[in-house]
Write a protein that binds this ligand. Structure first.
Ligand code: WT7
Length: 646
């Protein structure tokens, strides 16, 4: 492929899309010139109970950091996703659910979803939930997960969805951190034909969460589970007696809407807090423009609702826009690696949004599994979660999209609430591997290590100047950590933790994290988190974790482990440590490679030299750079000699 390939939107698409290039430029300029006027106008895409009179009130000043949007307006997010559509599209499908088993699917209309949500909101209330409570959702990809989220926001409870792949310990930590007193789960999940013991995991977690006193259980498989009388409630039983009428709670725009835990470079995962008004405006507006969504189109985002992508682009953005949102329970490779495209054919999917890691894994299976399915319904493709390599981009474009479908490579974060840097399909000429240009109202800036903004074609630390409505408001329970993590390294700006390059056309190319955060198959993992899981094992004295390039996962997890004196390294212990991290965090945190390190390379002040460990893990041990500050350079020779990535 020509590295400078550019793919320009067709004239036809430019005409039909919500924005062509001239419109993008005009709207973008307006959004930067007068953000309040811009967001005043576009805030109206959401239905307010009491309209706002004020648009933004923001200060990034560490002494007085606050972020408020539409602060005096009131609304309810579930009304925006449900009630307001009943008249115009009550019988239209809201959710197409495709089960893990290819024979299972359901269509749920807006009217049905509304009724289910109202009933479940009443179930929540009957079980003691009220406005402001934190409710944990630990669910498989079934419609009841969406029902649970919307029912929480209907009564003003704050949901915290925990990905179903997390371990009991990880679940317990998240329940404790936000003082959640209720959890909603299922007996079991099903993925790739295998059961996932969600209720058993919940039981194990709740053993350490004395304040979490109620547990609502959806029956998904009917598998054998334990039951705690007085604590556990069956979803279907409670729903049978629930009234279908539930007036929505009137929420202030800045009332908390949800918490989502995400890994950082230090400490335990932080609870990213999003509030109601700005988040809804931003999720809905980005969904409309970035996916160029038109009425009745079938839209499929393959993410799990346990991640922010599922929140903003399976649930809130699409439903606020009255879209048909497909929800998939399974995995791309079950029953075989043609599954995604079978689903596209079966449901005539028009817009398809997935992760580069899935594309790379499927690309490895060759073109045949794609080509056996009819993809003529597809008109737009998207990616998210990690940088996409140009080869994978080209395969997606040529094989999956038959060269007809524009690709939107969308850069954003849990913290940003919605898409920040992205092409607009009818407006932006794309370049494989580039997330291209900022969305409306987003002002990216590249700075050097001293917070000097860099102009022109250059590489630097990616910050965002000013605020946007979807921005996180705080770290739940730890505002100081919010300030320190995002606003202290580069004062006056929001720091993303990513590096980026800007080319001569002003396009952004995300180069990856510049902090100690890994991106493994699009999942964010803090190295510190894996390290503390490892050292919690009785035989481990010290551990250092780094990322290394991995063909499918983007980054793999490489752990250097120093054992307690007297403990022998063995394959059995290695297997045990891998199992241990699964138990402590979850399968996504399992080290891909583990090396026994008699010692770790340290500076005289005792700091582990991760730069060196990263180079050895990447098998680039001939480029170690300056090692003169090490206490004992011989340590490095041993590590090189026994490196695991060859
Ligand atoms: C990190 C955020 C946002 C939803 C999924 C991940 C990386 C995300 C891209 C992209 C290059 C990307 C960044 C970012 N990332 N999208 N299109 N190109 N990198 O959310 O778990 O909060 O992770 O994912 O490094 O900081 P997240």
């Amino acid at each position: 492929m020509d590295a400078d390939s550019v793919f320009t939107p067709s004239q036809e698409l430019a005409t039909q899309a919500h924005a062509d290039d001239a419109q993008y430029k005009a709207l973008y300029e307006a959004s930067i010139a007068d953000p309040d006027a811009f967001w005043d106008e576009h805030g109206k895409r959401i239905d307010w109970i009491k309209p706002y009179s004020q648009v933004s009130d923001v200060s990034y000043d560490a002494g007085n950091l606050h972020i408020n949007w539409y602060a005096d307006g009131t609304l309810n997010a579930s009304v925006n996703c449900l009630d307001r559509h009943l008249q115009s599209r009550g019988d239209q499908t809201a959710i197409i659910w495709e089960g893990d088993d290819p024979n299972d699917h359901r269509h749920i209309s807006y009217r049905e979803l509304h009724e289910e949500v109202c009933k479940f909101a009443n179930v929540l209330k009957a079980n003691g939930a009220k406005k402001g409570d934190r409710i944990t959702i630990y669910m498989p990809m079934i419609p009841e997960a969406t029902v649970a989220m919307l029912a929480c926001v209907r009564i003003g409870a704050v949901h915290s969805v925990v990905f179903g792949g997390f371990s009991p310990d990880a679940l317990a930590g998240r329940i404790q951190d936000c003082d959640s007193n209720m959890v909603i789960t299922a007996d079991e999940g099903v993925r790739g034909g295998k059961p996932i013991p969600l209720k058993a995991n919940t039981d194990a977690a709740l053993a350490n969460c004395p304040d979490c006193t109620s547990c609502i259980v959806v029956k998904r498989t009917g598998g054998n589970i334990a039951w705690v009388e007085g604590r556990d409630v069956w979803y279907h039983e409670a729903m049978q007696v629930a009234a279908a009428d539930c007036p929505p709670e009137e929420m202030n725009a800045e009332d908390p809407m949800f918490i989502l835990y995400t890994s950082g470079s230090t400490g335990k995962p932080k609870g990213v807090l999003h509030t109601t008004g700005g988040y809804m405006v931003y999720a809905s507006m980005t969904h409309h423009y970035v996916f160029d969504y038109h009425d009745n189109e079938i839209y499929w985002c393959t993410a799990d609702v346990g991640w922010v992508t599922g929140h903003s682009y399976i649930v809130y953005g699409p439903l606020a826009n009255g879209a048909v949102s497909l929800m998939f329970e399974g995995v791309p490779t079950y029953p075989d690696s043609s599954r995604f495209w079978q689903v596209v054919e079966k449901h005539k999917v028009n817009i398809f949004y997935t992760a580069p890691t899935a594309i790379r894994a499927l690309m490895r299976e060759g073109d045949a599994p794609v080509k056996t399915c009819d993809r003529s319904s597809l008109r737009l493709l998207g990616t998210v979660g990690e940088p996409i390599n140009p080869e994978a981009w080209m395969w997606y474009h040529e094989v999956v999209g038959e060269k007809r479908c524009p690709i939107v490579d969308t850069w954003w974060q849990t913290e940003t609430g919605g898409i920040m840097i992205t092409p607009l399909p009818g407006a932006t000429a794309t370049k494989p591997g580039s997330a291209t240009r900022p969305f409306f109202g987003v002002k990216p800036v590249l700075v050097d290590g001293d917070n000097n903004p860099l102009d022109g074609a250059v590489e630097g630390n990616l910050c965002i100047d000013h605020s946007w409505p979807g921005q996180m408001r705080t770290v739940y329970g730890d505002h100081q950590r919010f300030i320190e993590t995002y606003f202290t390294t580069f004062p006056g700006r929001y720091f993303t933790g990513d590096g980026a390059r800007r080319d001569e056309d002003g396009y952004y190319w995300i180069t990856g994290r510049v902090d100690d955060v890994l991106n493994v198959s699009g999942h964010r993992m803090g190295t510190a988190e894996i390290e503390s899981a490892l050292v919690a094992h009785q035989h481990v004295a010290e551990a250092a974790v780094v990322g290394y390039p991995h063909d499918i996962k983007g980054q793999g997890i490489y752990a250097y482990v120093t054992l307690v004196a007297g403990i022998e390294a063995s394959d059995a212990l290695l297997a045990e440590l891998r199992q241990w991290t699964r138990k402590e965090i979850g399968p996504i945190a399992t080290p891909d490679l583990l090396q026994w390190a008699p010692q770790l390379p340290k500076t005289r002040s005792g700091k582990i030299m991760r730069r060196i460990l990263r180079k050895i893990a990447a098998n680039e041990f001939d480029q170690l750079g300056d090692t003169s500050t090490l206490t004992d350079p011989a340590v490095v020779d041993d590590l090189i000699e026994n490196r695991q990535n060859r």
